[in-house]
Design a protein around this ligand. Structure first.
Ligand SMILES: CC(C)(COP(=O)(O)OP(=O)(O)OC[C@H]1O[C@@H](n2cnc3c(N)ncnc32)[C@H](O)[C@@H]1OP(=O)(O)O)[C@@H](O)C(=O)NCCC(=O)NCCS
Length: 166
């Protein structure tokens, strides 16, 4: 691994606070044009507040942060399920995209799946998140089916389910 890039487990309150800040920056920048400001605010509060992340970790979610020159540059979160690793989140700061950092996180995630005897990664991605869908296809994922999930307050996640198997 390059010394200027590092993936660390998120466990301490200070690291959770750094993920909250990354999520706030990246989600506002990336998702406002896709799902609108109201849904971004709702989802940040519901899924990416410090309390929400602590609860998710308590329920088995694993969070990892990507450091670039020691600065928080991205993060990911996943669950190890019986039949697959479910990748819940993977984000890289806008100014650092397209430089191999997402691919590096994805290799780390796939290695974690393999270490746990799993042969598949599943994820969901917004149908209008075209650049990320293109990146996932380059990274070996296939579109499986559309998936609409009610997340409360009149909002839905209008996604594709994608999977990569080996
Ligand atoms: C999706 C994301 C994590 C990928 O991270 P990244 O650092 O940009 O990805 P990389 O530079 O490592 O690229 C990985 C592969 O995808 C390809 N790729 C990246 N962006 C692409 C794009 N916009 N169009 C087509 N291919 C793309 C790269 O060429 C590379 O392919 P290769 O391995 O064959 O060379 C990042 O772009 C991101 O944070 N996007 C916004 C947030 C988001 O939507 N996250 C996903 C939520 S479901």
């Amino acid at each position: 691994m390059d010394r200027d890039k590092e993936i660390i487990a998120v466990t301490e309150p200070v690291e959770i606070a750094q993920v909250v800040e990354l999520a706030d920056d990246i989600w506002r920048e990336h998702y406002t044009s896709i799902i609108g400001e109201d849904q971004v605010n709702y989802m940040l509060h519901k899924f990416q507040s410090a309390d929400a992340i602590k609860t998710q970790i308590g329920e088995g979610a694993r969070y990892y942060m990507l450091l670039h020159n020691n600065d928080p540059a991205g993060y990911c979160s996943f669950y190890l399920k019986e039949s697959e690793l479910f990748l819940s989140k993977i984000y890289v700061r806008k100014n650092l995209r397209g430089k191999g950092l997402g691919g590096m996180m994805m290799r780390f995630i796939q290695d974690e799946a393999k270490r746990n005897g799993l042969h598949q990664i599943g994820l969901t991605v917004n149908k209008n998140n075209a650049r990320s869908i293109a990146a996932y296809i380059k990274l070996g994922f296939k579109k499986i089916k559309p998936l609409v999930m009610d997340i409360g307050n009149g909002f839905v996640m209008d996604d594709f389910l994608m999977k990569k198997s080996w």
